[in-house]
Design a protein around this ligand. Structure first.
Ligand code: AQP
Length: 350
């Protein structure tokens, strides 16, 4: 991501549309990290690029879940994306499983990836450790390959994601390059578009500020969900862990290593209101006002999203129509890429 670039800035002069793709899982409730690390950029990028966005429901199958809940949460997530500002006239929004080429290309790419490189994926190690490696689903292990297929199907130039996806993006690039050199030029090699440090790349848990804010956190206390009541948000931010330094001059400073809790709050303020966390720190000499300002900023960000969500959720049929049109458009692009890939690999045409 261009570090000079901020959401809301006018789009640069017209040039051939570069393609953007990104996805979000419908598991769990979306949180502030998802929004600041990814979704607000999705909204901004729909005016700069030819943007394809996807609710990645197949990824949700990698961990145990309730089937009825999955279809509901897929629609909820799509509705929320529209509430955040995605506009079907300016981007293509669809559900991953509605375009079967994602699963089809995954198999071809799985026959390109190695066990060694997938074993090194830290997200698999973390998640498998939580539930026990023996019972971890094969799909959880192979998840980064499905993610590579998602991206490569759309001849993607740029992938707006949070910092936690950096390693998966590197794998996608490795697979594309290996494939292209083995079977001839087939895939565009994508680049990650990760927000700048201090700009929402990795929003941290308010109670455990050395861990990223995550849908699958053990406790909700440090996670601000986009659907949280404003009063709950205020309470969570005001109870954020800072540190044991007594308040006073210099106690509020941007120092993610030594003061991760305070730095996280400064980053929230900087990302939502604009500015650099280190500059914002100078206005504070104690934690109470910092927390109260951060709480106000988060509430003012989330409240309009919630209102818009309430409106849109009155008409689920309209959201489903957007998704159906999106899938048709996505399928056209995906079919052409998949065809190129299967031919390059030597599969006989029917
Ligand atoms: N804490 C975060 N800070 C910045 N960006 C984040 N993202 C996730 N957490 C943070 C970005 O949100 C996008 C969608 O993520 P996802 O829900 O599809 O998957 P995830 O990264 O696995 O999200 P979670 O919340 O961490 O879910 P669990 O707990 O299930 O693993 C991605 O671009 C991601 O980088």
């Amino acid at each position: 991501m261009d570090e000079q670039q901020k959401p809301g800035q006018p789009a640069p002069p017209a040039k051939p549309a570069r393609r953007v793709f990104s996805g979000i899982q419908p598991t769990g409730a979306p949180h502030l990290g998802n929004y600041l690390g990814a979704l607000r950029w999705w909204v901004d990028f729909q005016d700069r690029y030819d943007a394809f966005y996807c609710v990645v429901d197949l990824h949700a199958l990698t961990v145990p879940g309730d089937p009825e809940e999955l279809s509901k949460s897929t629609l909820t997530m799509a509705t929320l994306l529209l509430a955040c500002g995605l506009d079907p006239a300016r981007c293509t929004l669809f559900v991953q499983s509605h375009v079967h080429y994602h699963a089809d290309l995954t198999w071809l790419l799985e026959c390109t990836a190695s066990m060694g490189e997938l074993s090194r994926m830290t997200q698999f190690k973390d998640k498998a450790q939580k539930g026990g490696e023996e019972s971890a689903r094969v799909g959880l292990f192979a998840y980064p390959v499905l993610m590579a297929a998602d991206i490569l199907l759309y001849d993607t130039d740029l992938v707006p994601v949070g910092d936690d996806q950096r390693q998966h993006l590197e794998l996608t690039r490795d697979l594309a390059q290996r494939w292209n050199s083995r079977y001839g030029p087939t895939f565009v090699v994508p680049e990650a578009a990760i927000p700048p440090v201090g700009g929402g790349a990795r929003v941290m848990d308010l109670q455990e500020p050395r861990r990223k804010m995550s849908k699958s956190a053990d406790s909700d206390a440090g996670v601000v969900y986009l659907f949280d009541d404003p009063k709950v948000i205020e309470r969570k931010v005001k109870r954020a862990v800072t540190d044991l330094d007594p308040p006073g001059p210099g106690s509020v400073r941007w120092d993610p290593e030594e003061k991760p809790g305070v730095s996280n709050l400064l980053e929230l303020l900087a990302t939502i209101r604009g500015g650099k966390p280190e500059d914002i720190a100078r206005a504070y000499d104690g934690y109470a006002r910092l927390k109260s300002d951060a709480a106000d900023a988060v509430v003012s960000l989330v409240r309009p999203l919630q209102e818009r969500y309430r409106e849109l959720s009155q008409d689920p049929g309209a959201v489903q129509a957007v998704l159906a049109a999106g899938a048709r458009k996505a399928e056209e692009v995906a079919a052409a890429t998949y065809d190129r890939a299967r031919t390059a690999m030597g599969l006989l045409t029917a």
